[in-house]
Design a protein around this ligand. Structure first.
Ligand code: PLP
Length: 371
């Protein structure tokens, strides 16, 4: 099975590891601090810079919960349109900017740099507002020698999307004024003790490893889950935001300290290229990014599918249960025809796992079996 996320191996927790991710992040940025989630980090990054009633521009192609910290800060969220290649529609951005705009967000989707960033930054500079570099997807992607997430006045990155950990994110303050304004809230930093969440996560990891290695147990559990009817629904955006408002867990901090960014990047790149070879020749899907520039660590392999649900079913039959459409958009975006490009993308873009615990040979075998 190719699962969505990597699994924490309990043995790896006690093995000596090469120089880790924590020191890599600290070396590559001027000011970085840890949080439980990217959304919580965004709250702290903005809190000292804004007044209630200000507005923030964010791309329409964005998971619904990301704007919850803005709402909590009393800010108005203004979604701007994207183009098919995920570059901001600059005319639309400019239409929405006004004297109350305090910040504008760009997103490095799927581990790749935001297309059209240079023109976007010039526009933001003209209007003298803060630039948020949302790098939730790509904690270790480096573009022309610069770590993604560190190109705005402030930036966030989600470590839990890269590593097998229960939570974890980083706030970057790349501007001295921004750094001086941050007053760390109760959910900043790292927890001092191992907690219940760590134990639950470890237990889940042990069970997941067992399922990965034993097909018979996997099939029995699948059959049992299916017999219990539809799974419980995903919590709403507010609940997901609130759940992330806590310091990063001690287990996450341990893994972040010891994980080796180079090994992870190499493995993810190899897996990305394995999917690329498969989809290069298929007519039912287009790859979103034609090349994989040096330094980029893909979060997933994104494709645009002609018949997304059919392809998802085929992938699942071939052992890929971690593929899905992305993202769950906000109702404001879904309900307005202005955002038709983002809405269509959210229906047609599938993201396939490339994480470091998948072997590229397993992906190649899926390619051989796909109809
Ligand atoms: C583009 C983007 N930004 C921000 C976030 C929020 O990150 P976190 O889940 O760590 O709060 C996500 C989460 O999916 C995301 O996809």
């Amino acid at each position: 099975m190719i699962s969505e996320h990597p699994i924490l191996s309990v043995r790896s927790l006690s093995e000596p590891q090469p120089a880790g991710l924590k020191s890599f992040l600290e070396r590559s940025s001027t000011d970085c601090s840890f949080y439980g989630s990217g959304k919580a980090a965004l709250y702290d990054g903005l809190a000292g810079l804004v007044d209630a009633g200000d507005n923030v521009l964010v791309p329409a192609y964005l998971p619904d919960a990301v704007v919850e910290p803005l709402t909590e800060l009393g800010l108005e969220t203004r979604y701007y349109r994207l183009q098919e290649d995920l570059a901001p529609d600059l005319a639309d951005v400019e239409r929405r900017l006004d004297d109350e705009t305090v910040a504008v967000m760009s997103v490095n989707y799927f581990g790749f740099p935001q297309p059209g960033l240079e023109e976007f930054i010039s526009l933001i500079d003209e209007y003298d507002c803060y630039h948020i570099d949302d790098n939730a997807h790509s904690p270790i992607s480096v573009d022309n020698g610069v770590l993604l997430g560190t190109r705005g006045d402030l930036g966030v990155t989600s470590l839990w999307k890269l590593l097998p950990i229960p939570d974890g994110a980083v706030l970057y303050c790349n501007d001295d004024t921004v750094a001086e304004q941050v007053v760390p809230s109760s959910f900043a930093g790292v927890q001092s003790q191992f907690g219940g969440d760590d134990c639950r996560f470890l237990l889940k990891s042990v069970v997941a490893s067992l399922l990965e290695t034993n097909e018979t147990i996997h099939r029995s559990v699948d059959a049992f889950v299916a017999s219990r009817g539809p799974s419980r629904s995903v919590p709403g955006p507010v609940a997901r935001y609130e759940a992330g408002k806590k310091p990063m867990s001690k287990l996450s901090a341990h893994v972040v300290e010891h994980a080796d960014p180079r090994t992870i990047r190499d493995a993810r790149r190899e897996n990305y290229l394995a999917w690329h070879r498969i989809f290069d020749t298929r007519q039912d899907a287009e790859t979103l990014y034609e090349s994989l520039p040096e330094g980029i660590c893909p979060q997933v392999f994104p494709i645009r599918a002609a018949t997304p649900h059919r392809l998802l079913e085929d992938l699942e039959r071939c052992g890929v249960d971690g593929a899905h459409t992305w993202p769950r958009l906000s109702s404001t975006v879904l309900e307005s025809s202005t955002y038709d490009v983002s809405t269509t993308l959210s229906r047609e873009v599938l993201v396939l796992p490339v994480h470091q615990h998948v072997e590229s040979a397993t992906i190649e075998a899926v390619g051989d079996r796909l109809p």
